[in-house]
Design a protein around this ligand. Structure first.
Ligand code: PLP
Length: 485
């Protein structure tokens, strides 16, 4: 084919609208959404087909004006959004964004920086540098530890365990970054039976695979059994071994006994202690809860979320690694077209799995500035208090059995069927009725062989009024479900 003359240069007609007008409009829609949270059902009300119909406009030949796009987006999603950012959501551990963090996140999008390299955005690089050192200080972790701001705890596991993989295999003279895992010495991974499935997924992504996992039992408090840990470490002696401990299991918020477990891991010549602290590690930031995680600072790596208990918007997770060199070895890149800053400044790309990325540290920086040490401690303590009041108030209702009184921010109850019929089925039917009621939202889970309702408080908004409304909603749903039997 002979080269064709290119089309004549032509600027595409894009109606950007009036920039200030469309941004103000977005701010106004956002405030409407947030202010309206208490008056709308927490659960989504729009059906799947309805949303597909509303949102499924034909891909048009000609575009729409910016403000029309925005208005129709708001109109078409109505009823299809979960009120999880409000104070009446007690389902999964999902925090609600602080206004300062939300506003900073808007600035992140407005600045639209590529926060991969210092050279591409000096302020974004320095913001992360500062926010990372604040996080270590707040959580009581080693000041020399490295860190990465990633999308969430899932990717924080991938990041931290890539560092672990590097260090453990390097000690047995295997360069995993160059050679991969084919033919490499096996890596064993020890986890408790309450571990989060994001650990398994991290191992899948890292090529270690789930067959490497050895599941250890937990004691009545949900902590990894130390006798089993000791025996498993003895068995894998000399082999590269990752032990994944946990601060805050998703049901009862169980926390491992770090001050006992980590010294045992240290006796093993080639083991790495990782901590899944997605929400539970925040206990370290509150003086009344810090005792729960004592000794955690001795681990090798930690994964924790901003978008859960720090109440930043999604996506915000942190990987923190004591062995900065192993962390860097797993991710650092050097390319001629990039502008590397060497030791002068921090290039985020050397620590993250992403290449181009948003200024992910900005919202965290703003949340930490907004709350300060005491504000964060208050946030953590208030959530724990509300979780306890809510759980005990529910447990005081007739037909409610208390399964777990919160030690942190997580409680568990179940509902007893009148006439002693199927309690599991009854529990699920009451949970469904509460969700339909709309005044609060709780989710179900299986705990120690029984169906249960999780009570999770993880939001700066949740106060006494939300707790009272939630108790009233549960009471009504329970009475209706019981009379329907
Ligand atoms: C939420 C959670 C995760 C996963 O975190 P994401 O931020 O959703 O990726 C991992 N572990 C625990 C204990 C969690 O609660």
């Amino acid at each position: 084919m002979s080269p064709q003359p290119g089309p004549t240069t032509q600027t595409t007609e894009v109606d950007t609208g009036d920039l200030r007008r469309v941004l103000r409009r977005a701010a106004s829609h956002a405030a409407d959404w947030l202010e309206g949270l208490p008056d709308r059902p927490v659960a989504p009300t729009a059906a799947l087909e309805e949303l597909r119909d509303r949102l499924g406009h034909p891909l048009s030949e000609d575009g729409l004006a910016s403000d029309q796009v925005l208005d129709e987006l708001v109109r078409d999603t109505a009823g299809g959004l979960m009120g999880s950012t409000g104070g009446s959501f007690f389902g999964w551990v999902i925090g609600g964004a602080l206004p300062a963090a939300l506003a900073a996140d808007w600035m992140t999008s407005a600045w639209d920086q590529n926060a991969a390299l210092y050279a591409a955005s000096p302020a974004a690089a320095v913001l992360e540098e500062i926010a990372g050192s604040w996080l270590k200080e707040l959580l009581g972790l080693p000041p020399a530890a490295s860190f990465a701001f990633v999308t969430g705890c899932q990717m924080a596991h991938v990041t931290a365990l890539a560092a672990a993989r590097h260090r453990l295999l390097d000690r047995v003279h295997w360069d995993v970054e160059r050679r991969g895992l084919h033919g490499a010495p096996a890596v064993t991974v020890l986890v408790g039976d309450l571990h989060h499935a994001s650990i398994d997924r991290a191992l899948r992504m890292l090529g270690i695979g789930t067959d490497a996992i050895q599941v250890l039992g937990t004691d009545p408090l949900g902590r990894m059994r130390l006798d089993e840990l000791e025996a498993a470490l003895k068995e894998s002696a000399g082999q590269p071994t990752i032990v994944s401990l946990q601060a805050g299991d998703l049901n009862a918020g169980a926390v491992d006994d770090f001050s006992q477990a980590i010294p045992l891991i240290r006796e093993h010549p080639n083991a790495w202690a990782h901590v899944d602290g997605a929400f539970g590690l925040w206990a370290a930031a509150a003086s009344t809860k810090r005792h729960l995680v004592v000794g955690v600072e001795a681990a090798d790596s930690w994964a924790v979320d901003g978008h859960k208990w720090l109440n930043t918007p999604f996506d915000s997770g942190y990987a923190i690694v004591a062995d900065a060199q192993a962390h860097r070895a797993a991710f650092a890149v050097s390319e001629s077209y990039l502008v590397h800053s060497g030791t002068m400044a921090r290039d985020q790309l050397d620590w993250t799995p992403e290449w181009s990325r948003r200024g992910r540290g900005v919202a965290t920086y703003a949340a930490l500035r907004n709350l300060g040490r005491s504000g964060i401690a208050d946030l953590v303590e208030n959530c724990c208090l509300q979780a306890q009041v809510l759980t005990l108030s529910l447990a005081a209702l007739p037909g409610v059995e208390l399964l777990h009184e919160p030690t942190l921010n997580q409680g568990l109850v179940r509902f007893l069927s009148p006439g002693d019929r199927d309690h599991d089925e009854f529990t699920d039917s009451v949970i469904a009725a509460i969700q339909t009621d709309g005044r609060a939202w709780f989710g179900g889970t299986s705990w120690r062989g029984q169906r249960a309702m999780r009570i999770s408080v993880c939001n700066w908004r949740t106060g006494t009024d939300h707790v009272d409304r939630a108790v009233a909603a549960v009471k009504a749903a329970l009475e209706n479900a019981a009379s329907a039997i």
